[in-house]
Write a protein that binds this ligand. Structure first.
Ligand code: CA
Length: 229
């Protein structure tokens, strides 16, 4: 399988730094300087598994690129490149469908670890067993990696799917945020716990009848989350 990654960054020095390090780590890197160009290249290379998107760009910004990618592609892993001062932007990025973010400046090790983690999840992993998990009103198909609610397809990102699968395999069990981070992002992932909350917030918007008053994904205060009753 092609280890193909897209990098969207208008600053050539940062882009060069990313390209060198990901190439060293064994990736084939496709570069773009603008959002429009990135969307073109994704169309030409549908086997790109992970995209790194800068936010501040000439033309359409990284959030808009993320939104447009997600409108048609839920499989690709998306990492936003944020500046240290853009705390809110991280959350906005994740709400528009990104899976992760890296704060500039970042080390080669951090960058590679994040891309590796997403790459594995975005199709690099071994095929899963055929099967379905049914918990009214949800039907999770672990072969297609799809979710339906009352027979209606719910579009999920790969991270959201992994969270749903974890919940549906552990009904009624209180899971700490650390456990969730381990199970969904992997033990070698060194991101922040906040990413769990942001993804669950987004997942609630998709699967709950009323995200303000969730009944499926329940908060266990000071600890984590619990699926169901
Ligand atoms: Ca920029």
């Amino acid at each position: 399988m092609a280890r193909r990654v897209l990098v969207l960054e208008d600053e050539s020095s940062i882009r060069g730094f990313i390209v060198i390090n990901l190439t060293r780590a064994g990736y084939e890197v496709i570069e773009s300087e603008t959002g429009e160009e990135a969307l073109e290249k994704l169309k030409e290379n549908p086997d790109i598994r992970v995209a790194l998107l800068d936010i501040m760009l000439p033309g359409i910004d990284g959030f808009e690129v993320c939104r447009r990618i997600r409108a048609t592609n839920t499989r690709i892993g998306i990492i936003m490149l944020t500046a240290r001062s853009q705390e809110m932007d991280k959350v906005t990025g994740l709400m528009t469908g990104a899976d992760d973010y890296v704060t500039k400046p970042f080390s080669p090790a951090e960058l590679t670890a994040r891309v590796d983690a997403l790459f594995r999840r975005a199709g690099g992993a071994a095929p899963e067993q055929v099967g379905e998990i049914f918990q009214e009103p949800f039907l999770l198909n672990t072969r297609n990696r799809t979710l339906a609610k009352n027979g209606q397809r719910v579009k999920l990102t790969q991270v959201e799917y992994s969270i749903m699968k974890m919940f549906m395999e552990n009904p009624g069990k209180a899971l700490s945020r650390e456990e969730i981070l381990d199970m969904v992002w992997g033990r070698d992932y060194f991101g922040e716990l906040k990413i769990v909350d942001v993804n669950i917030r987004r997942l609630r918007l998709k699967i709950e009848d009323n995200a303000q008053n969730p009944t499926y994904i329940n908060t266990v205060w000071g600890y984590g989350y619990k699926w169901g009753f």
